[in-house]
Design a protein around this ligand. Structure first.
Ligand code: CAO
Length: 555
């Protein structure tokens, strides 16, 4: 068995093209004519076929490599005599000429009928190789546009290749004779330009060259010629295309996307058959820049960052408003923490069937106790806060109703036999949730002290990841600020969160009369997949009982 070096055949006028896809690997058995790699220039993409059957022994190219005619793609251990054309690079080079025809034609393509001066200039579809009835899949210009020589006018696609058809003349586009979905053939009138036409003499020459090469190719290499043509043409970007799976877009759109760093496979195509157009790339870029959408890479960096544009949920797009139309504006990038917490909140708000129960707890006696404790402990420097009592009370309620201290894992519930309580802290950088561990084992004084330290660290931006992880339940207290009730968002994978607002003196009916009591508004949000409404009401009621008589914590 002979080792055969498979080379890049004649690829027309392109000096160098980039390898954008490897379709085989070492050890693969390839057939003669099977596509090996996809290469791309700024005007066309094509697959390079194997001229021989056999087993791939060595890859000589990698993604991103630049190759040109004669570059060795890979080494095949040839099966049988078919190796001949491949080992004879000269023949192989000569052979695939027609294959390169659509490629070679593209940049020099449309032949101007009127070669000079001003006035109307007709632009026709040039020689596009063996392809007939190719479909116009993209129109890149519109009447009124000023067109340069060799500027791409349309993209056409056969079942085997896609290529851009450039203009051979310069001028203002007066009339476009084709539209998306039309089929065109060599010689069809494509456009009429007004202006100084530039005859495409070299283009015409190049166009002519391709058939000449084909015509002059020796009969013996006609088969590989055809093979190469077919393989070049393989539907690299065909929607739902066979082996390839590349996004469906023209080479210039690919180039445009590459320049912007846009992951084409994440762009939704609005063109014919879902083809991605330059406008789609622009729209995608704008959406990412405005924060309305995220690339998969961004989502991976901020793990919870999903649901950016809502497109995956089938939602209508986020409204795009030019606020400057209505008055002066100032645009400021959000900070990193806000972006991350925003993405988490969005996911949790969307994904969790959450319900919020509101209730009031009578903390008159507890507040009196807290105030007296703080007076007694004035010298210790540790101030006991209402939140510390709430943490202890919640631990008691979580122990009584363990599903509130659980997490969903598929169809199972994970009950945690530890009680780490997170508390929302308002910081200059945004919302953070430090976690106090093992609150069941700590007294109110120790919890108050740790809370003070963690809140300071949060505000100073010094919280480590370990200090923000592992919570089993979270409390969000706006008590120091104000408000009555709110609907906190669950901090997944926890299944419930308690929101607390400012306590106020209220007249409470004691059965005989109204008496002034200090009432603390509670808002408990819970995951309805895990918790039932009755359980939530019981949890709140129990919490209220503890807060109104804290001795119950001991029971
Ligand atoms: N009712 C009435 N007064 C309350 C109260 C309540 N429920 N809770 C606290 N207070 C009082 C305190 O007693 C304190 O008063 P004094 O200064 O007279 O003693 C004052 O309000 C300030 O308390 P604080 O907010 O500094 O302390 P805290 O322990 O209650 O809270 C912390 C600490 C870190 C939770 C808080 O500073 C904070 O960041 N809260 C915001 C949390 C938040 O943003 N939640 C929303 C998340 S959803 O977007």
């Amino acid at each position: 068995m002979a080792l055969v070096e498979v080379q890049v055949p004649d690829i027309g006028d392109f000096d160098e093209v980039t390898v954008i896809e490897l379709m085989v690997k070492v050890g693969d058995t390839v057939k003669a004519e099977q596509s090996l790699i996809t290469v791309e220039s700024d005007k066309a993409s094509m697959e390079i076929p194997s001229s021989t059957a056999g087993v791939v022994k060595e890859m000589r190219v990698a993604l991103g490599d630049k190759v040109k005619q004669g570059s060795i793609v890979l080494v095949v251990e040839a099966a049988g005599a078919v190796a001949a054309p491949a080992v004879a690079p000269a023949a192989a080079v000569a052979a695939p000429a027609p294959a390169s025809a659509p490629v070679a034609v593209a940049p020099v393509a449309a032949v101007a009928a009127a070669p000079a001066a001003s006035g109307p200039v007709q632009v026709f579809v040039p020689d596009i190789g063996d392809f007939k009835d190719v479909v116009v899949i993209e129109v890149m210009v519109k009447p009124g546009d000023t067109i340069k020589v060799e500027q791409s006018l349309i993209t056409v696609e056969s079942d085997k290749a896609s290529m851009e058809i450039p203009s051979s003349a310069a001028g203002v586009l007066k009339e476009l004779k084709v539209k998306v979905g039309d089929t065109v053939n060599i010689g069809d009138l494509l456009a009429v330009l007004e202006g100084t036409a530039v005859a495409a003499a070299p283009a015409a020459a190049a166009v002519a060259a391709a058939p000449v090469a084909v015509a002059s190719a020796p009969a013996a290499v006609q088969t590989p010629v055809a093979a190469a043509a077919a393989a070049v043409a393989a539907p690299a970007h065909a929607p739902g295309g066979n082996t390839v799976g590349l996004p469906h877009a023209s080479p210039s759109v690919r180039k445009f996307a590459r320049e912007l760093g846009v992951p084409l496979d994440e762009v939704k195509g609005s063109g014919l058959k879902g083809r991605i157009t330059a406008d789609d790339v622009q729209t995608f870029t704008k959406a990412v820049m405005s924060g309305a959408a995220q690339t998969k890479a961004q989502a991976a960096k901020a793990p919870a960052a999903s649901g950016g544009g809502g497109s995956e949920l089938g939602l209508i797009p986020w409204p795009k408003v030019d606020f400057a139309k209505f008055g002066p504006i100032e645009r400021k990038e959000m900070g990193r923490i806000k972006k991350i917490s925003g993405a988490n909140l969005l996911r949790n708000a969307i994904m969790i069937p959450a319900v919020t129960n509101h209730d009031d707890a009578d903390i008159t006696d507890l507040e009196a106790f807290r105030v007296s404790t703080n007076k007694e402990n004035e010298k210790s420097g540790v101030k006991v806060t209402m939140l510390a009592f709430l943490i202890k009370a919640c631990v008691a309620a979580l122990k009584k109703y363990p599903e509130f201290n659980s997490s969903l894992d598929g169809d199972a519930l994970v009950y945690k036999n530890y009680w780490h309580i997170g508390f929302a802290a308002d910081t200059p950088n945004g919302l953070m949730v430090p976690v106090i561990r093992d609150c069941d084992k700590k007294g109110v004084l120790q919890i108050s002290q740790e809370m003070g330290e963690l809140a300071k660290k949060a505000r100073d931006g010094k919280l480590g990841p370990a200090e923000m992880s592992g919570a089993t339940f979270t409390i969000s207290s706006l008590g120091g600020i104000g408000g009555k009730y709110f609907t906190p968002i669950i901090n997944a994978p926890e299944v419930a969160i308690l929101g607390v607002c400012k306590s106020t003196m209220e007249p409470v009916w004691d059965g005989k009369q109204f008496v002034p009591r200090l009432m603390l508004p509670l808002s408990l949000t819970w995951d309805h997949r895990v918790i039932d409404g009755a359980a939530a009401a019981r949890f709140n009621a129990f919490l209220g009982q503890i807060l109104s008589d804290f001795r119950r914590v001991l029971l």
